[in-house]
Design a protein around this ligand. Structure first.
Ligand SMILES: [Ca+2]
Ligand SMILES: [Ca+2]
Length: 211
């Protein structure tokens, strides 16, 4: 329990002397994220087709102004719309076979920052393109100054501009045990959300107090 008052004494004396900013040492880095929705919708995408979504950060300008914009994340969820049809009872029970998973792939680009990834239905996946060093969040960084750490966490102007999201579907149709039962899968319906990621971080000296 003594750690807090001791810690704050140390930190404030360093700040008042103006010496901590460029001092190389051990710093505990933590962050809080805020997600700003840039776009969301549910779209049917045919087998072999690509849905292209053109967005711009200006659409949420008031929400990101003077904030530290460091990444974009695209969340996708999808079910399975595959059908089995045929003469009455020919698709009943096991005779109707099983769904075969479709593959949903996506790419997001902000300038040179690009991420892509795919998943299979029913399910979900997310892709994140980032232009900061996420690996140091919730760690103790050694051997750098506070300002050098800030350089790794500041998004700058990189997030301002066009965002291009592409989502494509490759549908697969499952097998049936009864040749009179036909399975059909023309694509998939994908629900997506594109969010800009704001990072609010803190960098504090990491001090070990021996008791
Ligand atoms: Ca399928
Ligand atoms: Ca499907």
């Amino acid at each position: 329990m003594l750690a807090f008052p001791l810690y704050f004494n140390f930190a404030s004396s360093n700040v008042s002397s103006g010496g901590s900013f460029g001092t190389v040492g051990d710093y505990k880095v933590s962050g809080e994220y805020t997600f700003i929705e840039l776009d969301s919708a549910t779209e049917g995408i045919a087998d072999g087709e690509t849905l292209t979504i053109n967005l711009h950060s200006d659409a949420v300008q008031s929400q990101i102004a003077d904030k530290n914009l460091v990444a974009v994340i695209v969340n996708m969820t999808y079910d399975e719309d595959e059908t089995a049809s045929g003469p009455p009872l020919n698709c009943a029970g096991p005779a109707g076979g099983n769904d075969a998973p479709d593959t949903i792939s996506a790419t997001v680009s902000r300038g040179n920052n690009t991420a892509s990834g795919s998943g299979q239905n029913p399910g979900s996946h997310a892709i994140t393109a980032e232009w900061y060093d996420s690996s140091i969040i919730d760690t103790v960084v050694t051997g750098l100054s506070e300002s050098e750490i800030m350089d790794k966490l500041e998004g700058g102007e990189t997030g301002m501009g066009d965002y291009i999201v592409e989502i494509s579907v490759v549908a697969e149709t499952g097998n049936t045990l009864n040749p009179l039962c036909n399975r059909n899968d023309g694509g998939e319906e994908v629900t997506y959300t594109v969010s800009l990621v704001l990072l609010d971080y803190s960098i504090v000296p990491d001090i070990t107090i021996e008791v």
